[in-house]
Design a binder for this molecule. Structure first.
Ligand code: ATP
Ligand code: MG
Length: 265
């Protein structure tokens, strides 16, 4: 379903030999869950942006190939990329507080991908409430008309998952979606993603700097260091027998409760 080959990205403002992503290749089959882990700056988000067609134009040189269902993302027009993003690929980012426009009601933002496609209001509302329910938001009917500040961080993250899911994408990309949440809420979001994968066969590309979080949801994992994949395999296997010193270091670095807990809920 997704085949990334020889992906290299060089930002124009970086030093000549500094590649943000440097020769990354992997593939993902329908229904699979793949994690990408690595320290800050290792190229995880840039990889995700390339896959979702979100790379800013004119800021970087990109090489390689990204095939999504046989379609080459690099040769798609801006308009096609937008369509793919609205339809085939859903993306959820780290901070639910900044994902939403504070002045716009939640429901309107959840259904935005349908609005841009000209779907009538009643149907949009119905599907938004449906997606919010699927994302584990109770009383979705009522939440639809609320403003972002009226929801907790965990609820907002569920709402952004609902927004990404509303078009029933084939691939859901999650970039550090649990990082800003406290441990308990983190667990709930992970469970939601696990259910989406198990019950609906959603294919998930899950990015995190925390290998322990990845272990809870991804069957296989790529470990990135400075733009390169240094280790890959089944997550359980990588955990049990890490080959690379960098992977061992990531396994050893268990974030403390204090680091993980930010008072959102
Ligand atoms: N818009 C940009 N302009 C210039 N350089 C960038 C830009 N975005 C990312 N980079 C560079 O690309 C490299 C990879 O960044 P990326 O955001 O992919 O890291 P990451 O693994 O997602 O890190 P984090 O865990 O902090 O999110 C970094 O060196 C970063 O400085
Ligand atoms: Mg990142």
């Amino acid at each position: 379903m997704l085949k990334v080959s020889g992906l290299r990205v060089h930002f124009h403002n970086a030093s000549p030999e500094r590649y943000a992503v440097n020769g990354v290749s992997f593939s993902l089959k329908r229904g699979e869950t793949l994690g990408i882990v690595g320290e800050s700056g290792s190229g995880k988000t840039v990889t995700a942006m390339c896959v979702s067609g979100l790379m800013p134009r004119g800021k970087a040189d990109e090489e390689g190939s990204i095939l999504l269902d046989g379609r080459e993302m690099f040769s798609c027009s801006e308009e096609n990329l937008r369509r793919i993003r609205g339809q085939d690929v859903g993306v959820v980012f780290q901070d639910p507080m900044t994902t939403f426009d504070p002045l716009c009601r939640i429901g309107r933002q959840v259904e935005e991908a349908l609005t841009v496609r000209g779907i009538p209001k009643m149907e949009r509302r119905k599907r938004a409430v449906e997606a919010m329910g699927l994302a584990g938001l109770r009383d979705a009917e009522e939440l639809y008309s609320r403003y972002p500040y009226e929801l907790s961080g965990g609820m907002l993250q569920r709402a952004s998952i609902a927004a990404a899911m509303i078009t029933k994408p084939k691939l859901l990309i999650c970039d550090e979606v649990t990082t800003a949440l406290d441990v308990l809420i983190q667990e709930q979001i992970l469970e939601l993603l696990r259910n989406l994968n198990e019950d609906y066969g959603m294919t998930i590309l899950f990015i995190s700097h925390d290998l322990h979080v990845v272990k809870k949801i991804c069957k296989s994992v790529l470990v990135m260091e400075r733009g390169k994949i240094v280790e890959r395999g089944e997550t359980a296997e990588v955990f049990a027998r890490p080959q690379h010193a960098y992977t061992k270091k990531l396994i050893a670095s268990i974030p403390t409760g204090a680091e993980r807990c930010r008072a959102y809920d």
